[in-house]
Design a protein around this ligand. Sequence first.
Ligand SMILES: [Zn+2]
Length: 293
Amino acid sequence: MDLRILFLIMFGCFYTGWGEGLPVQYEELTSPELVAAVHLSGGTIVIPLGILEKHGPHLPLGTDLIHVREMVFRAVKQEFSVVFPPYYFGQIYEARHQPGTIAYSPDLVWRLLQETCDELYRNGFRKIILVNGHGGNAHFLSYFCQSQLSVRKNYAVILFKPEEDPVVEAKIKKLRATATDGHAGETETSMMLAHRPDLVHLDRCRDEPGEDRNRLSGLPYADTGIWWYARFPNHYAGDGSEAKEEIGDLILDSGAGQLAELIRILKQDDRILELQDRFYEAAGAPIQMFGVE
Ligand SMILES: [Zn+2]
């Protein structure tokens, strides 16, 4: 074995600077380097999750994946962790009517993520951080995390939950020009301008309307799967033509800073795993364990 790698495995956590020599992308690591990366990352790994779906008439199908990976790369530059390969399997049934959507069946989407986590654990990672880049995944990923308590796991799944930074929000508010801003709108188009301007077609932003059609108005107290199609049938919410690179950088850097902090803390902090262990033990024998916290 390469002496450098052996040294990394033995002392990696004390010589974090050496991590700069390791690729952060899982698929770019050699097998011996992976062993070192598991140690250097403190057992953490990040899965950025995106999707393949229409993003208005002017952004690429993989927009969410391209954005979330950029944000994660900015984070792991600050705090080393391993980044899982492009992952575009998730909830996107509401865009099946638009060309380019790849929508796997619900049970496959679930199993793929669970087995990916299982395999990462088998390869030494114990703290799996999901970083979501796709709005349609939000409920699925929360439920996925919660469901990890249903069967004993020796690893933790952590969903990254970025928080609004009032300073960043105020700066964005000053720069923003449009009032309605959602899917493929001003903010999302700005993010692409910030790191992949070659993929933005600003001249096509108004080829289709992105206004809220509100076709289920007058139906209160109801949630239904067709709600998004009812409001935004073009799978476009807002107007991307006012996008600005500065807005994109503010969002990407703010998310990256918070994610880097989470990785840094998780490397040292084993409380999730410890509490899970206690919980699974109690859940296996609730009567015998009654009163034990
Ligand atoms: Zn998107």
